[in-house]
Design a protein around this ligand. Structure first.
Ligand code: FAD
Length: 390
């Protein structure tokens, strides 16, 4: 089999790139390790930048997002028993974010790939990129026991943090920058009315908590837990009891609880690989970088990678102009690092670190006090939260 761009991974990055390229007449094949049901069962991001929504519209998949996505013009930071609002709209000259679940966005992308006759091969085992530093790269995998070979011009690794793409690059050709945090986020999804129409990020001596939502009837709550905890350590009752303890009194008394329909723990990690290209293999999204979810940057940064790569590939095929491909890594990384800085800052501001000293605690308290006493500091937070232009 032959295609122009072989894509590994059918997460949001891989599906979006495939759909955008298809609309510009560029052929793709997407290889996904898991089944479609598995991919659609993952509950992850929920806060999207408007630039992401614009890219979804360009891909002709923005209709439901525009109809059902909720515009959020602010969020709260709760501390010391009170909650203070960050007025995104007022601080950024009218900007906001959109709350729309990653699961729904992936479903929209799948439906579009079906509608346009896109090729997405599921349950592709042992996917491997070959000869990526030569002029004729190819992919191999096994699907239903059959060995499949796909010759392509370019390979794009959109296979997430644990994927094969980054691991196939010789270690001396890339540089890794990383930081692990000594905790994770235990998340619960429940079919209950959200406690607040806007997100509440809470910092408390027992640890961080987040009250988020997916719709008016679907709540997503998180608490910081030690990275050694597992989901089985927490019953629904224990989870909500702990969440209540970390929220201001008026919020915890208004919290409506219900059985979890999904419960998972996400480890917190900062990770970047440089460069994001090796020969004819390009990395995009979580395959190249991971952020702690505190700043809601992961999926949004994946979208900016796709934006740069999509335009670079269109320029290559339509005008034989390779400048976009040549500068892809540099351009993508410039935005990646801004997202890294912001996510790290939000994480340091709002979490409890087991090894923090009294000095560290005072600095955290002072950072919060400074934030809510300075319009400029709040404006910087808001500018980063709504996302910088691609
Ligand atoms: C709790 C949590 C909350 C988050 N909240 C936000 C938020 O509010 N806003 C935000 O912007 N981001 C958020 N994120 C981050 C966001 O979910 C990720 O950045 C996003 O999923 C990245 O998309 P991707 O397509 O690059 O990678 P993925 O979604 O990881 O997709 C990779 C795909 O590749 C497949 N794959 C893996 N290995 C192989 C292989 N060897 N062969 C073939 N296929 C393979 C996988 O099965 C998967 O389908 C959050 C993440 C978590 C965990």
């Amino acid at each position: 089999m032959r295609t122009q761009v072989g894509i590994i991974g059918a997460g949001p990055s891989g599906l979006l790139l495939s759909q955008l390229l298809h609309l510009r007449g560029i052929e793709t094949v997407v290889l996904e390790k898991h089944s479609r049901e598995y991919v659609l069962g993952r509950i992850r991001a929920g806060v999207l930048e408007h630039s992401f929504a614009a890219l979804m519209r360009e891909a002709q998949v923005g209709e439901r997002l525009d109809r059902e996505g909720q515009i959020h013009e602010g969020f709260f930071i709760a501390h010391d028993g009170i909650k203070e609002r960050v007025d995104l709209r007022g601080l950024t000259g009218g900007k906001s974010v959109i709350v729309y679940g990653q699961t729904e966005l992936t479903r929209d992308l799948y439906e579009a790939r079906d509608r346009f006759g896109g090729v997405v091969m599921h349950n592709a085992e042992d996917v491997r990129p070959h000869d990526v530093d030569g002029p004729q790269p190819y992919l191999t995998c096994r699907v239903g026991g059959e060995v499949v070979r796909i010759d392509c011009d370019y390979i794009v690794g959109c296979d997430g943090f644990h994927g094969v793409s980054r691991q196939s690059i010789p270690k001396d050709k890339i540089r890794v920058f990383e930081r692990d945090y000594p905790f994770g986020w235990l998340g619960v999804l429940s079919r209950t009315k959200p406690v607040s129409p806007e997100l509440i990020y809470a910092t408390h001596e027992r640890g961080f908590a987040l009250c988020s939502l997916r719709s008016e009837a679907l709540s997503r709550y998180y608490i910081q837990v030690p990275f050694t905890d597992s989901v089985d350590d927490w019953s629904d009752e224990e989870f909500f009891e702990e969440l209540r303890r970390r929220l201001p009194g008026d919020v915890s008394s208004a919290l409506i609880t219900g059985p979890s329909i999904e419960k998972s723990i996400a480890p917190l990690r900062s990770f970047v690989v440089e460069p994001m290209r090796f020969g004819n293999l390009f990395l995009a999204g979580d395959a190249a970088h991971i952020v702690p979810p505190t700043g809601a940057r992961g999926l949004n940064t994946a979208a900016s990678d796709i934006y740069y790569l999509y335009h670079a590939l269109v320029d290559h095929y339509s005008k034989w102009d390779n400048r976009g491909l040549e500068t892809y890594s540099q351009r993508a990384l410039a935005r990646v690092w801004k997202g890294q800085r912001f996510s790290w800052w939000m994480t340091m501001l709002l979490h409890r670190f087991p090894d923090s000293s009294p000095f560290d605690r005072r600095l955290q308290e002072t950072e919060l006090a400074y934030l809510f006493s300075s319009e400029e500091a709040l404006a910087s937070l808001a500018e980063n939260y709504v996302g910088q232009p691609f």
